[in-house]
Design a protein around this ligand. Structure first.
Ligand SMILES: *Cc1c(COP(=O)(O)O)cnc(C)c1O
Length: 819
């Protein structure tokens, strides 16, 4: 037993606890001057405090029979945890003082922490923001994910080309996680089905000859702001089962036994680096099944501690599926109920549907998951059978409503016929849940009217919109301490748990003293980022220039190309038209490309080359700089965003489901230039059109043009010299003198009627928007005023609001008391 004083919160107790961990956990002298040691000692001492609170929180939930929410996600992009934990426990200043006494700057110690990359981008980061909000709102909400041995690859840039390096994040000790081998579980996989009948002559299939994988949980505490509630994120790693291998060992085949062990462990080796692109790899399917199977066993185990049967399951448990990746939960929950707990099908189905809910994250056709029937048969034959049965019953119900409409049946079926028969995972999720939500108002409308219109006609009440949000604890309090301080000094600190309070800053937008302070903070943050740029890419940039930032995954629909075209246009204006630059600009990019996505990787090379040419051109001087910062990740985002003047959110309208980067920038006082896409639409509503730069075609207009085949790139090329000049620069090797012809494909991709992302129709409006931006940036007082209004009016975009919406509209729909 640890002495109680080790868990106290006095300065002496904290010091004692740090010394204890230096000595006893790390076996170091308490005088260690290694930053990493100090980080670990701090983390361990925080973990002790949270462990105690996890137990208290759990006791409270059980005593009050609180409904539990389980958030299933293949990705949790949690970022570093030390800063967030210190703030939420209210101990930032105490530890800062202790570290200062020990001769350390807390910022340096925080830099020692590994940034876990257990997600690709927005979807995984959303899951992490939601955990923070659930704990803060005192909701019994828990995450289930995968303990990947390798997170998303690390990005290095070599002569402008992306190189992927493995992210072996567990090579360093991870002080936050608690491995719980005692709660491991056994998951069946592979094997075959025997078609038996039971004693009453009923069909009773048996799943035989399966192999097993072991799921080993690692728990990471999730502390809510104020420290009252500590939930957890449970990540499963795959291992092999000793029990099962014994068979092979007994047969004397030691090598085969070890091979089997190695192949089991492979399952959670790595995160697939695909953001909104299909993977179609068998191992990915196994990962999806593995997560769902481990999570559901654990959820049921917890439920059965306090219940004798499953009648109250939907009343006590809500399960949210983050995209279709965990949609096998529908089949696995049915299998557990029917096969393992012998529930009648109809009853099992009712409970399953009442418990599960599905969040859709994308309308991109190439990202809607489908799995070949043959693959499911090989990996999880019993689940395939169950999916067929769900489909048969579903279609039997729908067919009489639309007599003779074979085409409708073909469209809504869970099975897509064709050369390779496939299971449509989104349809499985839709049919098996009581709720489906889009992640912005526009996105939900597109789901209702386009992608899932047949399902919407059948069950309109199933569709809900919940606009995404971000946690202000990480994205303002932690990432931008200066601005957070100014705000708290001005309106108090209630915004930390109620972001709508920021409205009270509105009157400050006219006050000189506040504006000056706000401007100085932005300037200071830009100076820090300029230091990082200089340290990482050896480029000196002017902190007084406009920091114009496009950071996110590289994808054609996000249109990094449109941004580069705009930069090239600016460049050509200066060198060919002899336009005098009115302000200096620093164009900052960052983002990873999926390793197999050639166009995205070329974009990185293009940014790099355009940068090389512009940054070295004497005629340009300091007027224009182009920077690509490698290895975009949460900890880098936390440094870029507070230093941004202009946030680029320029996806082709109708393609970005919501975006959350856009919200982080708004919260940190950047102005947005963007299309009417995703949550940008709602940002415009909140902030007012004078305070945001909106341009480009609307989603409906693009849909019309596509339908009528009205878009002809050549017309734009001939009509607008500006467009012609930029595209010709890609054709004539202006940016690839050393690699002739390298960028010619861009000209062809955009011109040959192929441009599916409508770069040209938006281009002229986009450069006009930039002319306006340039003019406005010359008047800092007005710019700052608008920036302040952006902060004041971003309250809607807190993940606290999003989680309160989920809680009200989805998780507590069954007439349960609301918290
Ligand atoms: C917020 C965030 C994203 C999502 O950005 P979008 O602009 O919404 O695509 C991606 N990666 C990281 C590291 C983030 O923090």
């Amino acid at each position: 037993m640890m002495k109680p004083s080790l868990l106290g919160n006095s300065k002496a107790a904290l010091k004692k606890s740090m010394d204890y961990h230096l000595r006893c956990s790390l076996c170091k002298e308490p005088v260690s001057k290694e930053g990493r040691d100090l980080f670990l000692a701090t983390a361990f001492s925080l973990r002790d405090r949270m462990a105690e609170k996890i137990l208290q929180t759990e006791r409270r939930y059980r005593e009050t029979k609180t409904k539990r929410v389980y958030y299933l996600s293949l990705e949790f992009l949690i970022g570093r945890l030390m800063g967030n934990t210190l703030h939420n426990l209210g101990m930032f200043d105490s530890y800062k003082g202790l570290l200062t006494d020990a001769g350390f700057d807390i910022e340096e110690v925080r830099e020692q922490e590994t940034d876990p990359g257990l997600g690709n981008g927005g979807l995984g980061r959303l899951a992490a923001c939601f955990l923070d909000s659930m704990a803060t709102l005192d909701i019994a909400g828990f995450g289930y994910g995968i303990h990947y041995e390798y997170g998303l690859f690390k990005q290095e840039i070599d002569n402008g080309y992306q190189r992927e390096k493995p992210d072996n994040w567990l090579a360093e000790l991870n002080p936050w996680e608690i491995k719980r081998t005692d709660e491991k579980c056994i998951i069946p996989i592979h094997g075959r089905i025997e078609h038996f009948q039971d004693r009453a002559g009923e069909y009773n299939p048996m799943w035989l000859d399966w192999k097993v994988i072991m799921g080993i949980p690692f728990d990471i505490p999730v502390v809510g702001y104020g420290g009252k509630t500590v939930n957890w994120l449970r990540l499963y790693g795959a291992g092999s089962s000793a029990d099962f291998d014994i068979q092979i060992f007994n047969e004397g085949d030691y090598f085969r036994a070890v091979e089997q062990k190695v192949s089991s462990e492979t399952i959670t080796k790595m995160l697939y680096p695909l953001d909104t692109l299909k993977s179609g790899r068998e191992l990915r399917l196994v990962q999806e099944y593995f997560l769902v199977a481990c999570a559901l066993r654990d959820i049921i185990r917890r439920y059965l501690r306090d219940h004798e049967n499953f009648d109250r399951f939907p009343e006590r448990v809500a399960i949210q599926m983050n995209d279709t990746h965990p949609s096998l939960a529908v089949a696995e929950l049915m299998r557990l109920f029917v096969d393992e707990y012998a529930l009648p099908w109809d009853h099992a189905w009712e409970i399953t549907r009442e418990t599960l809910a599905y969040t859709n994250h994308t309308v991109l056709a190439e990202a809607l998951e489908k799995w070949p029937v043959g693959l499911l048969e090989k990996v999880i034959p019993r689940h395939l059978q169950i999916i067929y049965e769900i489909n048969r019953r579903f279609l039997d119900k729908v067919a009489p409503l639309y007599p003779g409409d074979i085409d409708l049946i073909r469209r809504i079926s869970l099975i897509e016929e064709g050369e390779t028969k496939q299971v449509r995972m989104a349809h499985l999720a839709l049919v098996g849940s009581h709720s489906v939500n889009g992640v912005s108002a526009l996105h939900t409308e597109i789901l209702k009217n386009e992608n899932f219109s047949d399902f919407y006609a059948l069950r309109p009440e199933q569709f809900v919109n919940i606009t995404n949000g971000i946690t202000q604890r990480r994205w303002l309090l932690e990432a931008n301490p200066r601005l957070a301080g100014l705000i708290s000094d001005t309106i108090g600190d209630a915004w930390i748990t109620d972001l709508r309070q920021l409205r009270r800053l509105e009157p400050m937008a006219d006050q000189k003293a506040f504006k000056d302070a706000f401007h100085d903070i932005k300037r200071a943050n830009k100076e820090i980022l300029a230091g990082i740029i200089s340290d990482t890419v050896w480029l000196s940039v002017d902190p007084d220039s406009l920091f114009d930032v496009h950071v996110k995954r590289i994808h054609e629909y996000k249109r990094q190309l449109l941004k580069i075209m705009q930069i090239v246009h600016e460049y050509l204006q200066i060198i060919r038209d002899e336009k005098k630059p009115v302000i200096a600009k620093t164009h900052i990019f960052a983002g990873k490309a999926a390793p197999g996505y050639w166009i995205a990787k070329q974009m990185i090379k293009l940014i790099h080359n355009v940068g090389q040419v512009i940054n070295q051109d004497k005629r340009i001087g300091d007027a224009l700089k182009v920077v690509f910062l490698p290895d975009y990740r949460v900890s880098l985002a936390e440094k870029i965003i507070p230093a941004t003047d202009l946030s680029e959110q320029i996806s082709m309208a109708g393609r970005e489901a919501s975006g959350t980067g856009n919200m982080k920038f708004m919260l940190n006082g950047a102005l947005t230039v963007g299309t009417l896409d995703g949550a940008n639409v709602e940002m415009l509503e909140e902030v007012g059109e004078e305070n945001i730069f909106i341009f480009g075609l609307k989603a409906k207009e693009i849909a019309e043009m596509v339908k009528q085949k009205r878009y002809r790139p050549l017309d734009y090329y001939h009509r607008f010299p500006e467009i012609r000049r930029v595209l010709d620069a890609f054709r004539d090797d202006t940016f690839c003198a050393a690699e002739r012809g390298l960028f010619q494909w861009i000209y062809h991709r955009v011109m040959n009627n192929e441009d599916p992302y409508f770069h040209l129709p938006d281009f002229m409006q986009y450069i006009e928007a930039h002319d306006k931006i340039e003019a406005e940036f010359q008047a800092p007082a007005t710019w700052t005023q608008k920036a302040i209004l952006n902060v004041a009016r971003c309250g809607k975009f807190s993940s606290d609001r999003a989680i309160a919406d989920y809680n009200r509209l989805i998780w507590n729909k069954n007439g349960l008391k609301e918290k």
